[in-house]
Design a protein. Structure first.
Length: 201
């Protein structure tokens, strides 16, 4: 489905609110497509269960970008799986980006795959911003992140009441307004969405 870049489906809002079962700790937001399913299943899900961290899975919101990832998320009996129908806008669809939502993309790609990766980076920010706007504290974690303990409690213990903690690559020489960066102007910019915890203050 094509939509404006910042559209958020009602199902996403409902899922975020449903997962906010411990208001002080908020939700854990992760993103999934078919390309990273094996890594996600063996890493984040099996590891959390093996570590006795099942309570984290109740706060985990899995944003799925294709049918395979959504079906797998439901198969794992997770409560908070939701399709993001607004990842692609008309411009990206017209360029064939829909053919690549189930494959791994990166900053090193060229053409439409590079544009899709850039869009994914910004979409993560949009969805975290939406959760914060709902008053929900949010920990953003890539699908390959392993939890050794509850991240919200670790952030609180180490950083107190800080509004935001970020871990990200910093070799980006663009600007926060540069949403249309093309490969030729982004050479050497290993930008990444990062992993962070944010409180709605």
């Amino acid at each position: 489905m094509a939509a404006s870049r910042t559209a958020i489906a009602p199902a996403v809002t409902r899922t975020m609110k449903q997962a906010n079962i411990a208001a002080d700790d908020g939700i854990i937001l992760t993103f999934l497509n078919a390309a990273i399913l094996p890594l996600w299943e063996v890493g984040q899900i099996c590891h959390a269960r093996a570590m006795g961290l099942q309570q984290l899975l109740g706060r985990l919101v899995v944003i799925c970008w294709d049918d395979a990832s959504y079906d797998k998320c439901r198969h794992e009996q997770l409560q908070n799986c939701v399709r993001d129908e607004h990842l692609l806008d008309r411009a990206l669809l017209a360029q064939g980006a829909g053919n690549f939502t189930s494959v791994e993309t990166g900053y090193h790609d060229r053409g439409v795959r590079h544009k899709l990766y850039l869009r994914i980076c910004w979409r993560r920010v949009e969805l975290v911003s939406h959760a914060l706007g709902l008053g929900i504290a949010t920990t953003l974690a890539d699908a390959d992140v392993l939890f050794l303990s509850d991240p919200a409690k670790v952030y609180k213990r180490r950083y107190g009441e800080d509004d935001m903690q970020v871990t990200a690559w910093t070799d980006f020489r663009g600007t926060s307004f540069n949403r249309s960066c093309v490969q030729s102007t982004c050479r050497g910019n290993t930008y990444n969405g990062g992993i962070y915890h944010a409180r709605p203050t």
